[in-house]
Structure formats: structure tokens, C-alpha cells
Write a protein that binds this ligand. Structure first.
Ligand code: NI
Ligand code: MN
Length: 227
């Protein structure tokens, strides 16, 4: 299984012949200017919530790929208002597990806020746990540190994508604590260095995770990681 980082919280998982894209925010991100969204052909797009820095490219990428879009009910309703056909939208909610041809997707808690770019209520923000390709993967979305993460501990997560930039989400120190709560050693950092308030020192961050017996992976934008 491969993960490709497209900047901010946008990650693509490639499992067998299936491609899963999280939180597409590429064309407005100057740091991802070398990524051509026309080349992205996901089979599924998973949205953690409706904030612009997670959904900016969802309509364009969906139009070019006919991907199924998964989101919490109210954010999914916004996707529907972007001319994405209803049959391509899977709206669900916390506790729900969607069976797909690549495995399962469960919606889990995230501690954050949510609204959609048109100013409407976006429902609750969410994270996802995927069981696919023999691995268990947690994509946290935008979240603060929360005790709810301890509910994921018994799963035996192989990889976790955690926000580390602070200001709008967990910072590096809280993400280290989160990695203990979920008992996961391989962490991929997301939601950092895109905007001035979420700037981090990458080497210092890696050092803090290493001191906790964990590995923080920080791929360059466009770089692939073997999971
Ligand atoms: Ni957000
Ligand atoms: Mn965000």
C-alpha cells in the first residue's frame, strides 16, 4: 500500500487498484503548485469536514474521476450542492461503517468545528478508521487532543495521519500524546506549514516523536510513502 502526500491534510492511499483521496486542498495551496489535480483519479474521496482547506478541490476532482464522496451527513449535503450527483455521495455519521471494494471505512470522533464554504452548518467534523490491504489506518482530520482517541487503542492501528501544526488543531506535543492514546508508532504528520500560524520545526517535531519511541513521517508534497 502506498500513501502520497499532496500537502496540508490531503493524502492519497493506493490499495491494490483502488485510490482513496482525503481532504483535497491542492489548487489554492501555493506549496502544492506542482501538483496537477487533473491527474488525480480517485475512486473514493473522504472528507473530514467542510472547511475550505479540506474541500476546495472536491468538485473538480469528483467531476474528473466520478469518485464516490464520503462525508458526514451535513457536509455531504454541501457536496450535493456542488453538482456532485447524489448517487456518488455516501452520507453517514459517527459509528457508521461503510463496506467498500477496498475494505471498510468507519467514521470516528474529531474535536473541531465545522461549516461549509457556503456558510451552512456542516455537521460534526470527523476522522476515519480504514481497514484495508491488511492494515488499520487512522486519518484524524482536524482535531484537538481528545480522550475519545483512547477508544481506538484496542484496534492495533498500523498507521495514523495526525494534525501537528497547532493553532487550529493539535500541536506536536499533543500529537505525541495522541500517538500514545491510540498506541500507534508510525505517524504521518498533516495540517502543518501551509499557513504562518501552523508553521513547525520539522526536525524538532521528529525528535519529540523519536523521544517517545515513535516515528514521525513528514513526506514532501508529491512524495510517496510505503505503508
Ligand atoms: Ni478545519
Ligand atoms: Mn483545517
Amino acid at each position: 500500500m502506498k500513501a502520497v502526500y499532496y500537502g496540508h491534510s490531503c493524502v492519497e492511499l493506493q490499495v491494490g487498484g483502488t485510490t482513496i483521496l482525503f481532504d483535497p486542498f491542492i489548487s489554492p495551496n501555493p506549496k502544492a503548485a506542482h501538483i496537477d489535480i487533473g491527474q488525480l483519479k480517485p475512486d473514493y474521496i473522504l472528507l473530514s469536514h467542510g472547511h475550505e482547506d479540506h474541500v476546495a478541490d472536491v468538485a473538480a476532482i469528483q467531476q474528473g474521476s466520478k469518485a464516490k464522496v464520503l462525508a458526514v451527513v451535513e457536509t455531504a449535503a454541501w457536496v450535493g450542492r456542488q453538482n456532485v450527483p447524489q448517487e456518488d455521495i455516501i452520507a453517514f455519521n459517527f459509528g457508521g461503517t461503510i463496506q467498500t471494494d477496498f475494505g471498510t471505512v468507519k467514521m470516528v470522533y474529531a474535536l473541531h468545528t465545522n461549516g461549509t464554504p457556503d456558510g451552512q452548518y456542516g455537521g460534526q467534523p470527523a476522522g476515519y478508521v480504514l481497514q484495508t490491504g491488511g492494515k488499520k489506518i487512522y486519518f484524524a482530520g482536524d482535531t484537538a487532543l481528545t480522550l475519545e482517541m483512547k477508544l481506538l487503542e484496542p484496534l492495533g492501528l498500523d498507521w495514523a495521519f495526525l494534525p501537528i501544526g497547532g493553532h487550529y488543531t493539535m500541536d506536536v506535543d499533543d500529537a505525541v500524546t495522541a500517538s500514545r492514546f491510540i498506541n500507534c508508532t508510525d505517524i504521518v504528520g498533516i495540517h502543518y506549514n501551509t499557513f504562518p500560524p501552523i508553521t513547525i520545526d520539522k526536525e524538532a517535531a521528529k525528535g519529540k516523536f523519536a523521544a517517545a519511541g515513535r516515528t514521525l513521517h513528514l513526506p514532501d508534497i508529491g512524495e510517496a510513502l510505503e505503508l
